[in-house]
Design a protein around this ligand. Sequence first.
Ligand code: ZN
Length: 357
Amino acid sequence: MQETARREGLPEDIAPWDWRYLAEKVRLQRYALDDAEVKPYFSLENMLAAMFDVAGRLFGLSFEERHDLPRYHADVRSWEVSRHGQLIGIFLSDNFARPGKKSGAWNSIYRAQGLHGGTSLPIVVNNTNFAKGEPTLLSFDDVRTLFHEFGHGLHCLLSNVRYQRLAGTRVPRDYVELPSQLMENWALVPEILDRHARHAETGAAIPPALVAKILAAQNFQQGYATVRYTISALLDLALHQEADGVDDPSAFEAELCQHYGLPAEAELAHSLPHFNHLFNGGYAAGYYVYLWAEVLEAEAFARFEESGDLFDAGLADALRRHIYSAGNARDPRQTFQAFCGREPSAQAMLKKRGLAS
Ligand SMILES: [Zn+2]
């Protein structure tokens, strides 16, 4: 970026307000992905098949589409989900944007799993807002989103607890993104890409060079992003530990930034007076949860990588029993340990973000 600054006639000491401008220049030069090149390999239809394939290989699930079930909109598709021939729930998929539909992506529960007072089978829906096409083609970020929400869906579908209030995703906030973020990893598994990331017109498999480019683009600017996220998470936690409150938020944040050595180029993304997460919507002292979930999921996926088989049957079974089925009926720390056999460390997350030395 300093080279780029020199070429542009800007000071080589990069000011925070010049960072994004320079970063975008570098990104375009080195990491830009051409959507027209990427998208034909990721049709929605193929990626749904890829998701179901992953769930089949890991958890023994099979998905049978049902066209006769009542739906709230014609875009919605529904599948009966079975495990070893036994019905375990209904999975709905509502993938297209339309007038009046909320934007973004999410997983909703129509009925939670439970055993108390009779068996309750889960009914869940995954929502995204893709533009409908013939066929619908996705960017790689869209594919990750699809797998992410499917992770929440599987957390609900595989739930095996007594009380609905403790089922599936009804876990502490700093744990709920583990099953979803973890599932994103399988979108990039070579054998899944090879089988499902097929060109919509030619049927050709995605070239490995293009996959390498996608991976490199994912890690671009991770140092900057991680530093900015982490300092805000630390500030949030620090503020909530001040029993007597803080008189001067600006002095408080300046002192903390200095304490942690925040680089001047990075600057705070959320200065305290406009840091909406601090006291809002159940997030109080909870800004850290996404990175924490990433620590957990990177550690969990590293177990598969270390085994040499990303579909290792023993690990997959432990993953189902200890994580996807456990709901909030057991202490998440214990269930995570039961799967991983160790306490999580930051190493796997740093490696995944391209930050490990
Ligand atoms: Zn999520």
